[in-house]
Design a protein around this ligand. Structure first.
Ligand code: 0O2
Length: 236
């Protein structure tokens, strides 16, 4: 199955209930393999998902505290909004498959960086970096890696700053968690692009991709201009 078809399936299933999802998946030979069905069950157990949920909530609490401290000292709010999610079993399996990794629970835990995912939407470009640096250095979280898709956007045009950390839990486990920092404009682009990939059938692909890359460049320009306006006003 092609990457695009698989992603379209996963995205199309995001809002489905369990029964509807199983019915949809059972029509695809890939999802009917016993190994896949067993892995899907393991990935949806309460015990497995609970640890990832706790890691996300711990990160959110830390970020809220940082936001209130930094916002007091800067006299403006630096976080616009935050959200978190645990990757669905179907999305975990699809990602392992697309990356050519072993299809097992161990492989999901060790190979996937974003089973636990937190998204932080900031007002300004420089605020993303302030928060990311603070999360990477001021917490008792073990640093794994940082990926700067603002300095080096993906070929799609995607921009965000990703930080991957181990979050320690009270039960002694440490959970790999990905934090995505982005501006409101980058968030809009990412949402739209996600929507267009899903709805892509019938649209001239190359033109769409080119147009999206152009929008991403405009968004970067807009973010920089907004930041410069704010900086200028702060100096007055
Ligand atoms: P979803 O549905 O958001 O969960 P890594 O092992 O960390 O080096 P990985 O995880 O492929 O490799 O990392 P990458 O490329 O940094 O992407 C991680 C996440 O960033 C993706 O997760 C998306 O959330 C987001 N992302 C990356 N590229 C794009 C893009 O071109 N467009 C949009 N809209 N989002 C992107 P998932 O699992 O792909 O998806």
């Amino acid at each position: 199955m092609s990457r695009k078809k698989l992603l379209q399936y996963i995205m199309g299933m995001e809002n489905m209930g369990t029964i509807e999802k199983q019915k949809e998946l059972s029509t695809i030979p890939f999802w009917n393999q016993p190994q896949i069905i067993a892995l899907q069950k393991e990935l949806e157990t309460e015990a497995f998902r609970k640890d990832y949920e706790q890691a996300c909530l711990a990160v959110i609490t830390k970020l809220e505290k940082m936001n209130s401290e930094i916002s007091t000292s800067l006299d403006r709010n630096i976080i616009d909004s935050m959200e978190w999610r645990i990757k669905t079993p179907e999305s975990c399996i699809a990602k392992l498959y697309l990356k050519g990794k072993e299809l097992s629970l161990n492989s999901a835990v060790n190979r996937l960086n974003d089973i636990a995912g937190v998204r932080v939407v900031c007002n300004f470009l420089d605020d993303m970096y302030i928060l990311c640096r603070k999360m990477a250095t001021d917490c008792n979280y073990e640093f794994i890696k940082q990926k700067d898709y603002v300095k080096n956007p993906k070929s799609s045009g995607y921009q965000s700053l990703h930080l991957i950390l181990y979050v320690p839990l009270s039960n002694g486990k440490k959970i790999k968690t990905e934090i995505q920092f982005r501006t409101k404009a980058m968030d809009l682009w990412s949402d739209m692009e996600h929507h267009f990939i899903y709805k892509k059938e019938g649209i001239h692909e190359k033109d769409t991709e080119q147009a999206l890359r152009k929008c991403a460049k405009s968004i970067y320009k807009l973010d920089k201009e907004m930041m410069n306006i704010r900086r200028k006003m702060e100096q007055e």
